[in-house]
Structures are given as structure tokens and as C-alpha cells.
Design a protein around this ligand. Structure first.
Ligand SMILES: [Zn+2]
Length: 387
């Protein structure tokens, strides 16, 4: 069955609301001329009316599109807000330390809903967890999910401290921001392939975890070891050259596959609602993509693919594009970022894929389009961008 994709380019108020605003402004000017106090009361009435109309408008919009996926414009990093109906929400990554994510989230939450249910950190890099601590302080959470990876960075250690901070939990409760369990181990959930996060039971909105996968670690480690052995045998050397890794890894560079390299443990998942779906990849590199293709085949087909690692050439192989076969590609990158993400090779691959696959519609980029929002009614998608 073919799908319908609606594209809208901005999130402006509807025209009829704008016209009403002009009429109210004119009436207010007339009243203010005659009576100052009545004028101020009138102003307050108008402000509350608009807040109420905005809330109703947003609620109606939410009812029509049960699932909303917002790729937030947070600069160089990833932050994806998933809203399910008016109740359940999930944030995948928080972007860098610039805290832009806070105001971005607030744009999609009405004044009566200031909670986040599930937080997911795809991996421990600063451009993914940089503002997570602030997010916790502002919105709280019920479950913090991650790849189980630990890191020595200050950002990661601070984040873990804030998850277990009982003072903060008490403060959040005072503000009626939920945080259901004081026990840290009950609030932390390590994700592995095969798990599924159910965001709405009735309508079966779910996030299936495709990665990390222990089989990959063993397989990749073994492959690397065999490769090293062959190399050493053919060159007659026992010395392993490496300039980028620790002493332990110098002795055995294949150890990076056993969970010391962060991108190699990035959480990858598929979000599904009805016949609409999204593949979300964190910073997963091509080795991980290859493993996922081998394990899941066409089950990873999706309408939307969030490219791995901000469009770096280390991710999004032509083969991965072919198997996912998306209608939309999303790249989360900052304007003029110092890594030159997205890479020209990846953009060329996307253009080549577009030539080949007539179902592919377009590539969207947060550095060009701002925040990119998808609204799903289980069958069709509507796309809005903030720029
Ligand atoms: Zn990243």
C-alpha cells in the first residue's frame, strides 16, 4: 500500500490565528486609550486566551498524529524527541553542552506537560550527552537507558551522579516532575539487541533495539585478532604499531571491539508505529551497519533513516542505504562544524541512491532545515521544518 507524505516547511501559526491576533491588538489599543486598569486586565485576558487556544490547537494536532519524532536543532550533536500522544515521551541524546535542547523540547511540550518518560543515551560522547544532566534537572525521567558503557569523561561521571542524586529527585518531586524510583539500579536500564521499549501498548508504538549486540563484539574481536595474526605472520613482525590507543590496547588493539570505543557501542534502534518507521543510529560506524544488515536483512527497511555519526564518511555505506531503503534521510549536524559533517562522499552516495530509488524523497539536515519534525498517524507522515 502506498503512503502519503505531506511536506510543510515551517511551524507558523495558522493564518486565521494570525488574523485574530491583529483584530485583538486593535481592540486592545482602543480600550487602553480610555481605561488603563481595564486595559491591563483585558491584556491579561487576551494572553490567557491565546495560551488556551495554543494548548487546544497543540492537543488537536497531537490527537491527529499519535507519534511525533522531532530531530532537534541543537548544533553539532544529536537530540531526538519522540512524543506519543499527549502522555508518553522519550529523548534520544541531548546534544552538546550548549543546553539548546531545553528550549527545543519546550517548543513541543505544552505548559501542562513538563515531563520526559524515557531518556536514552546512545553512547557517551559529549555531542550526545553534553546537556543530559540539564535535561534531568529540568524535566526528570522515569527510566534512563543506555548501552551500558562507562566512560572516564567528566561529563559522563557528572551525568551518572545526577541520575542517583537523591536531593535532585526530591526537588523534582516537589515540582511534580516524576521520577518513580529512588533506587539507582531500578532507574538505569542497559539496552541490548532484542529488547523493545513499548511507548504505547494500545497502538503498539515501540522502539526495537538492534544494537549493541554481544555477538558483534565477539565476531569483530575474533576477526581483528585473525587479521593481526595474518599480518604479523606475513611481515614476520611481532610488533604492533598504533599511535592512537592506550598501552593495553597497544598490546592488543582488537580490544576496542570489546567495548572501549564509544561509537562501536552506539545504540541503534527501529521505532515503529503502524506502517511508519524510523531507523535511528547514533554514531554507529559501517562495521556495525554491516553486522545489522547481516542479522536483520530487510527487516531494517524504514521510511526515515537518521544517518550515523552526523553524515561522517565512517557511516552510511551505500549497502546500508540500499537495505534500509528510506524515503527520507536525516542528518543532524551543526552549521559550519569543524568536522565538515556531513562528508561529501556521503552526500554523493545519497544522490546516487536517489537516482536509483524513485521512492526516495529528500535529505533533510538540521544545519540547513533547523528542527525536522515527522508526524505519523500510523499510515502517513507529515514533515515540518523550522527553517
Ligand atoms: Zn556524535
Amino acid at each position: 500500500m502506498s503512503k502519503v507524505y505531506h511536506t510543510e516547511t515551517s511551524q507558523k501559526l495558522p493564518q486565521n490565528l494570525t488574523n485574530h491576533a491583529q483584530i485583538w491588538a486593535e481592540i486592545f489599543q482602543k480600550v487602553l486609550k480610555n481605561h488603563k486598569t481595564i486595559g491591563m486586565l483585558f491584556l491579561l485576558f487576551v494572553i490567557f486566551s491565546f495560551a488556551f487556544v495554543g494548548y487546544i490547537f497543540q492537543s488537536l494536532n497531537n490527537t491527529k498524529s499519535k507519534l511525533q519524532v522531532h530531530f532537534l536543532d541543537v548544533g553539532q550533536g544529536d537530540a531526538i524527541l519522540i512524543q506519543v500522544g499527549n502522555s508518553n515521551s522519550m529523548l534520544i541524546d541531548s546534544g552538546p553542552q550548549n543546553e539548546k535542547v531545553i528550549s527545543e523540547i519546550q517548543k513541543f511540550k505544552n505548559i501542562f506537560d513538563r515531563n520526559l518518560n524515557i531518556l536514552l543515551a546512545t553512547h557517551a560522547d559529549a555531542d550526545h550527552i553534553g546537556s543530559m544532566k540539564k535535561v534531568i534537572e529540568k524535566f526528570g525521567f522515569q527510566r534512563f537507558t543506555f548501552s551500558g558503557l562507562s566512560s572516564e569523561t567528566k561529563i559522563f561521571k557528572d551525568l551518572m551522579t545526577s541520575i542517583g542524586d537523591t536531593d535532585l529527585i526530591a526537588k523534582l518531586k516537589e515540582k511534580n516532575i516524576h521520577d518513580t524510583s529512588p533506587q539507582m539500579h531500578q532507574r538505569l536500564l542497559t539496552l541490548t539487541a532484542g529488547m523493545s521499549i513499548v511507548l504505547d501498548q494500545q497502538d503498539n508504538v515501540h522502539f526495537d533495539v538492534l544494537f549493541p549486540d554481544f555477538d558483534f563484539q565477539i565476531e569483530a574481536y575474533q576477526k581483528c585478532k585473525n587479521g593481526m595474526q595474518n599480518k604479523n605472520e606475513s611481515s614476520g613482525q611481532n610488533k604492533i604499531k598504533s599511535k592512537t590507543i592506550s598501552k593495553t590496547q597497544k598490546r592488543n588493539p582488537c580490544l576496542k571491539f570489546l567495548s572501549t570505543e564509544t561509537n562501536l557501542n552506539s545504540v541503534v534502534g527501529k521505532l515503529t508505529f503502524g506502517s511508519t518507521s524510523f531507523i535511528l543510529t547514533g554514531d554507529a560506524p559501517i562495521e556495525v551497519e554491516d553486522f545489522i544488515i547481516k542479522k536483520y536483512g530487510e527487516r531494517i527497511h524504514a521510511d526515515v533513516l537518521k544517518l550515523g555519526h552526523h553524515g561522517s564518511k565512517t557511516s552510511t555505506s551505500p549497502n546500508f542505504l540500499n537495505v534500509v531503503s528510506p524515503n527520507f534521510a536525516v542528518i543532524s549536524a551543526g552549521i559550519g562544524n569543524r568536522y565538515n559533517h556531513p562528508h561529501k562522499i556521503v552526500l554523493d552516495n545519497l544522490n546516487a541512491f536517489k537516482e536509483k530509488d524513485s521512492n526516495f524523497r529528500r535529505t533533510l539536515r538540521t544545519d540547513i532545515d533547523g528542527t525536522i519534525s515527522f508526524y505519523s498517524d500510523a499510515k502517513n507522515l507529515t514533515i515540518k521544518t523550522s527553517k
